[in-house]
Design a protein around this ligand. Structure first.
Ligand code: KE4
Length: 429
């Protein structure tokens, strides 16, 4: 494929922006080579500046569940900009989006809007600490909650289970109040709660993980996390930035029937515009300034243009739910990838919830970070580029989920499967 204009633009971008990108996830660090520069998107496709077409399985890392340029979202954006784009004052649309979120998400009685998933998780953690007057927080290895200093930590020595920063610029002092546990490790969680439960402000988790690739929680793990956080007065935060409105209209909490105390949202809730949100029990949310004393603010929070995209997207998902279609075509994709990989002697695993799917180059089930970290990432890179050169744009890391949109058809899925068959034949074990 000719990607000369992408190369030219990316060469300039690297002079202007660190790594030539505005988010590390786009830099192709995990697969090598150069990112391609995108010109446009339409339905299930994206097009690069050299005119190449790709079947899009990133969907902006989740937001584009309705596909690119959905006519209703476009119409809503065209009409809202004729009234102005930002006022720094309340608008009616914020009431409308708040009501949609509250009606959709079981745990949410009240909601505060922000401009990204990171802002949502950062604010929810501050709220949990302010509400409980406790300092300790718990996250799980392999779960990503945005670039919040206190969450950019890795598991420390097993004994302490306290964490060590995993980015320069995050101080040891910031990390010392964060405990990192293993996802799906019930006994590890039970002993941590026994030892420190009454000092913990919150446990934050992805109820369907997408950031070590797609990894699902066991029923027992979810049950124990919910019951022990309840027992110790710990705020349970479901980070549904990725799986919210994705795996079901009511998010993973509605799928699994487990209700957290707070929920963080992003991606789909903004319909592809910068919007995040956090919400939960009224008694907790009422502690947010100015109703309560926990500081939180944001210039563009609840921005009219972003709320218009969010309202239209959620309304479309509520009134014309695509979830049965998404389930059947993503199951088709999973089955097709498995069949082609088996036919070519590839060692693999797949994990899927609805239209979130990851194909792992691994010979053991992937149930947490320890097993995810054993994947053959070199094979993944060959798979990624082999598909890219056949016009199929997969997530550029083994540790990401792919996303299918409502505009992906069986024909597009079958094209992707046959491309993968050709690639597997090239990279067989
Ligand atoms: P943002 O700040 O990127 O809007 O959201 C952070 C975030 C929070 N929680 C979860 C579960 C998330 O998956 C994310 C962001 N996800 C990554 C992709 N795995 C976004 C891609 C990027 O950073 O460019």
């Amino acid at each position: 494929m000719n990607r000369s204009k992408s190369h030219q633009l990316y060469t300039l971008a690297k002079e202007l922006m660190p790594g030539g990108v505005n988010s590390a996830a786009r830099a192709f660090g995990a697969v090598g080579g150069e990112p391609i520069i995108i010109e446009s998107g339409d339905g299930p496709y994206i097009y690069d500046v050299d005119g190449n077409q790709y079947i899009d399985y990133i969907g902006s890392w989740g937001p584009m569940i309705l596909g690119h340029q959905h006519p209703k979202v476009k119409a809503a954006l065209h009409s809202v900009i004729d009234k102005g784009t930002s006022f720094g004052a309340p608008t009616e649309a914020e009431n409308d989006l708040a009501q949609l979120i509250i009606e959709a998400i079981p745990s949410v009685d009240m909601v505060r809007m922000v401009s990204s998933g990171t802002e949502a998780t950062m604010s929810a953690i501050r709220l949990a600490r302010g509400y409980t007057d406790r300092d300790l927080i718990v996250k799980f290895a392999g779960n990503y909650h945005g670039h919040v200093d206190s969450l950019l930590v890795a598991a420390g020595s097993a004994a302490a289970t306290l964490s060590v920063p995993n980015s320069p610029g995050v101080t040891a002092a910031t990390g010392k109040d964060t405990m990192v546990l293993e996802y799906n490790d019930v006994s590890g969680f039970e002993s941590a709660m026994k030892e420190q439960g009454d000092k913990i402000a919150c446990v934050i988790m992805e109820p369907v993980c997408g950031n070590m690739g797609c990894v699902t929680p066991t029923k027992e793990f979810l049950r124990v996390v919910r019951s022990l956080t309840e027992k110790h007065g710990i705020v349970l935060i479901f980070d549904e930035v990725m799986c919210g409105f994705r795996v079901a209209y009511g998010g993973a909490q509605s799928l699994y029937g487990v209700t957290p105390d707070l929920t963080t949202m992003g991606k789909i809730v903004g319909g592809g515009l910068p919007l995040g949100a956090f919400g939960g029990k009224r008694e907790i949310m009422q502690n947010i300034l100015p109703a309560g004393k926990v500081f939180q603010a944001g210039t563009l929070s609840g921005n009219p243009v972003a709320t218009a995209a969010g309202i239209t997207t959620l309304t479309e998902l509520r009134d014309n739910p695509p979830y049965e279609h998404l389930e059947s075509i993503t199951a088709r994709l999973e089955a097709g990838l498995r069949k082609e990989a088996e036919a070519n002697g590839i060692s693999f695993q797949t994990n899927r919830v609805g239209s979130m799917l990851t194909f792992f180059f691994a010979d053991q089930p992937v149930i947490g970070w320890e097993s995810a970290a054993k994947c053959d990432t070199e094979k993944f890179a060959k798979y990624f580029w082999g598909l890219m050169d056949r016009g199929v744009y997969m997530p550029c890391s083994q540790y990401e989920a792919l996303f299918v949109s409502a505009t992906h058809s069986e024909e597009i899925i079958d094209q992707s499967i046959s491309a993968a068959g050709e690639v597997f034949a090239e990279i067989t074990d």
